[in-house]
Design a protein around this ligand. Structure first.
Ligand code: AP5
Ligand code: MG
Length: 213
């Protein structure tokens, strides 16, 4: 199964993608997580990506595409994957379609987790992410069992640099300009499914598993 998660920053793409990956036994591939791991490890790619991410801007397509194509080549992608945060531009979506087509393959679904902008800033303010494994929590809506500690690996939880209110607003603007057009793109391909992302985490997941079977 090959899936793409669509949705605004903070819509819950990462939260749902992790649950999908666990249930269906496919890898969760988040370009944002890969960039953050590179920043943490001080790689050249991380240094380049950081300049854009800290401002709420997209990392250039050529950097992102090189990274993701490399990831697809790994063995764990043989039975599919759930993509979170990629594609994010029409150029990225076209590159993905073309690369799959070359192998006689195609995506199964693009799932849009629909959340209006009003809800987003509140969500981002309360988000906490594990510095170690990327586990994601919310202080009110999805709290860890022990404050500040990841349930999954015991790592320390921290606030993402790009979750400052001004940067979140910039990310929303960039989303509407560059990423939202993908909804029409995948609708035209006949694989778009939309779920209401404003309800409880488990209710969103139930709606998604209804679609995936
Ligand atoms: P990325 O890491 O992908 O960030 P994003 O798209 O802005 O999305 P988020 O991770 O912020 O939100 P999410 O939808 O995953 O929500 P989450 O599940 O955490 O990208 C970061 C940056 O990297 C980009 O700005 C860009 O610079 C760069 N980048 C990445 N990919 C790129 C690409 N392809 N091309 C170019 N640049 C790229 O949930 C949010 C919060 O809400 C959490 O606290 C969660 O617990 C809570 N929550 C989740 N679901 C619910 C619910 N149903 N009810 C209440 N709370 C909920
Ligand atoms: Mg995410």
């Amino acid at each position: 199964m090959k899936l793409v998660m669509l949705g605004a920053p903070g819509a819950g793409k990462g939260t749902q993608a992790k649950m999908i990956a666990a249930k269906y036994g496919i890898p969760h591939i988040s370009t944002g997580d890969i960039f953050r791991a590179n920043i943490k490890n001080g790689t050249e790619l991380g240094e380049k990506a950081k300049q854009y991410m800290d401002q709420g801007l997209l990392v250039p397509d050529e950097l992102t595409l090189a990274l993701i194509m490399n990831r697809f080549a790994q063995d764990d992608c043989a039975n599919g994957y759930v993509l979170d945060g990629f594609p994010r531009t029409i150029a990225q979506a076209e590159a993905l379609t073309a690369s799959l087509k070359e192998q006689g393959d195609a995506l199964d679904y693009a799932i849009d987790v629909d959340v209006p902008d009003e809800n987003i800033v509140e969500r981002m303010g309360g988000r906490r992410a594990c510095v170690n494994c990327g586990g994601t929590y919310h202080v009110l809506f999805n709290p860890p069992q022990k404050s500040g500690i990841c349930d999954l690996c015991g790592g320390e939880l921290s606030i993402r640099k790009d979750d400052l209110p001004e940067t979140v607003k910039k990310r929303l603007t960039v989303y509407h300009e560059q990423t939202q057009p993908l909804i029409d793109y995948y609708n035209a391909e006949g694989i778009l499914k939309t779920v209401d992302g404003t309800v409880d985490v488990n209710e969103v997941f139930a709606a998604i598993t209804e679609i995936l079977g």
